[in-house]
Design a protein around this ligand. Structure first.
Ligand code: ADP
Length: 463
């Protein structure tokens, strides 16, 4: 079958030209040969009839092609609609996954707070060595579970764009020294030497101390985990960016795996990994955090020799000659909190009892409330300095109770400091608490020293 374009572009003009030239030739040369004239006139007529038929056929084909085109456009519209629907389904699924992670993280944090808190309280009582060791194991497992839950939350926060960088002024060398001292006992158990080398001019920076600390802890923990012996050294250079290298003499990573180890939940398939705890989430988070810091991460590794993880990110240095900022770490004296009158508003009995016991042991005078309504009744009868307010409670929740307290204070004067104590650890939750009139925020599971520091900071702050 001759194509439509061939017919319209070549055949029709060609036949038209031939017929035209033939007609002119006939009329010019054969004016006295009537029979030739007749034959040629018939031929020309046949030619023109053919031309007419071809033209008609072309028009039919054109209509047909137009129809096909419209059909294709319709098909395209349908597939476009399907793509939009699939995209929206995928977005919904991703949102559901993130909501699920956030909810599950919340649900797990609350009981874990009870487990870790109560374990700590029992550990402070008279125990024999076996009991102490078993409780220590419970505490370590609880801590490990807490890290996994925090990572799950980080995942969902990074994916929804909720994790933002919060720069503060901090001392990198103090942060590194503290990180090393926390991880040293684990390294000692494997007889791995932990070294660090920080140039004296690298002192204070503006940067996200928490996230930079999280990256370093993850990389050094991996270096210990994937080494049986040898040395792990951490070195810091300040070029255009801050460059931190973590060098180990561990099992190394095969070339073909280096590209994938930053993917979520990827672990290299080998027996070594199977014998070590982990779910392949650490490096995925590290990479995302480094990218949030506008930085990059590189790996050099050789199987059986070791690996170097190098992170590089911009920081804002402070002018030279500044005093080093001390790390708030293992601070054990919180003088301002003794004798503080505190209400613990918490509907979960185990958590309430644990916090009560913990704060009472620190010299605070504690009263319990199971919801916001009880808090409002208690403060009518007695003066208090501080309320530790759970966000989600029955009848009157923490947010509502805080709003009502702040309203009441407008008439009565006075001001009770309120710290949100909650398993909801999203920035959005912090914003809601502060907007309701709370002064500070502590997320569960509580780190006891953090809670004491925040209480001290809050009661000392101007209201
Ligand atoms: P996890 O340690 O929980 O398995 P990570 O995301 O931290 O997950 O690491 C992913 C994989 O990368 C690990 O399972 C391990 O195979 C490999 N890996 C990470 N760090 C090192 C290292 N320093 N040396 C050798 N292999 C490593």
């Amino acid at each position: 079958m001759i194509s439509l374009s061939l017919r319209s572009k070549i055949i029709i003009p060609f036949v038209t030209i031939v017929l035209f030239i033939t007609s002119i030739t006939i009329i010019f040369f054969s004016y006295n040969k009537i029979y030739i004239q007749t034959i040629l006139i018939i031929l020309v007529t046949v030619g023109f009839v053919y031309l007419w038929i071809v033209n008609k056929q072309s028009q039919t084909d054109l209509v047909e092609a137009k129809k096909n085109l419209l059909l294709k456009v319709k098909e395209l519209e349908i597939s476009q609609k399907e793509v939009i629907e699939s995209k929206s389904k995928a977005e919904n699924a991703s949102k559901m996954k993130n909501d699920f992670l956030a909810n599950i993280s919340h649900e797990l944090r609350t009981p874990l707070n009870g487990i870790l808190g109560m374990t700590g309280l029992v550990m402070d009582t008279d125990l024999d060595n076996d009991q102490k060791e078993f409780l220590q194991m419970i505490a370590e497992s609880g801590d490990h579970l807490f890290r996994i839950i925090s990572d799950l939350l980080d995942f969902s926060q990074i994916e929804t764009g909720n994790l933002t960088i919060k720069p503060v002024l901090f001392s990198l060398s103090n942060l590194i020294k503290n990180t090393i001292s926390v991880l040293k006992p684990t390294a000692d158990k494997k007889e791995i030497e932990l070294l660090y080398n920080i140039k004296p001019e690298i002192i204070n920076f503006y940067g996200d101390r928490v996230r930079i600390g999280q990256i370093i802890i993850n990389l050094v923990t991996n270096a210990i985990k994937y080494s049986d012996k040898g040395t792990i050294s951490l070195s810091v250079e300040l070029e255009e960016n801050l460059e931190i290298s973590i060098i180990d003499t561990g099992i190394g990573i095969p070339d073909e795996e280096i590209q994938t180890i930053f993917d979520s939940f990827v672990q290299i398939e080998n027996t070594y990994v199977k014998t070590h705890e982990g779910v392949g989430r650490g490096l995925a988070i590290v990479k995302q955090l480094v990218e949030l810091l506008n930085g990059s991460i590189e790996i050099e590794s050789k199987v059986g020799v070791g690996s170097t993880f190098k992170i590089s990110f911009p920081v804002v240095p402070t002018p030279p000659g500044q005093k080093e900022i001390p790390e708030k770490f293992n601070l054990t004296t919180n003088n301002a909190i003794e004798g503080l009158r505190v209400i613990i508003a918490e509907d979960e009995a185990i958590n309430r009892i644990y916090i009560n016991k913990f704060l009472s042991k620190k010299g605070m005078l504690v009263q319990e409330a199971v919801n916001g309504r009880e808090v409002l009744e208690i403060i009518k009868t007695k003066d208090f300095d501080l309320i530790l307010m759970d966000m989600g409670m029955p009848e009157v929740d923490g947010i509502e109770a805080t709003k009502r307290i702040r309203e009441l204070e407008k008439e009565s004067g006075g001001y009770i400091k309120i710290i949100a104590l909650t398993a909801n650890a999203f920035p959005e939750d912090v914003r809601r608490c502060i907007e309701a009139g709370m002064d500070h925020f502590v997320s569960k599971p509580i780190k006891e020293q953090d809670l004491l520091d925040i209480i001290e900071e809050t009661v000392n702050a101007e209201s």
